[in-house]
Design a protein around this ligand. Sequence first.
Ligand code: BTN
Length: 265
Amino acid sequence: MDLTEKNLHAALEGREIGYPIHFYQLTESTNAVAFRLAVQGASEGTCVIADCQTAGKGRLHRLWQSPPGLNLYMSLVLRPHLYPSSAPTLSLMAGVAVAGTLKAYCPAGIHLKWPNDVYINERKICGILSEIKTIGKRIQFIILGIGVNINMTTEGMPDPLRNIATSLKEETGKDISRLEIVVKLLDSITDQYHSFLSEGFGVIRTRWRSFTQMIGQCYELSTGNTTYRGEILDIDERGALLIRREGNTIHQVLAGDVVIIKEQP
Ligand code: BTN
């Protein structure tokens, strides 16, 4: 069992991002715990990890499958001095950090799907859920919640996930240490966060683009209640997806989730 309170303390003690560490064998949701700790004043870098979540939160109120002993469920408290409008760019930064970490295991095939799903070979391996609390016109804190499928097998997945999700074990054929992924991922997040704070989103945007295959493709998109077809042009300086809609108008998709329904040639 590589993810234990003792191992995590030994590996993470003193880190700027990743410590203090709060480890739970079982909890509802690491995001919910991290949010509560942040409300109580938890410092920047505070990390919550669980072996198993009973109500792991996904985007759009979906449940995130969180069986014990297999995957990584981690949430970080960040307190950047930024406007709330920067929150989407911090989520994109987390996606870049995850993609950079997993690339070392599967160099051929890591892709980011806007806003911040991580895919290997067309199957989702990681989801990121960020939640913010504002104070006045500023971010008071942001919780970055990251779920990575590590040693879950396709066979062990519930039916609806079998054809759309994957794990590091499925892709590499090996059991991978979750502790190793925690340490590498926190190294990567620390690097990306420093770049973000010192150089701004531009540098992260360039890295994000290098991990995506979406730009230049035509997709049918649905956001909230609206479904439309468009060519994906880019992500802009606020982290919005820029698409050209039929009729040639340029549209920014910033809020909510974009589901790719069908790729067009
Ligand atoms: C998505 O829908 O793609 C986002 C999934 C985010 C799941 C992670 S697991 C750790 C953290 N705690 C949660 O309750 N959710 C996030």
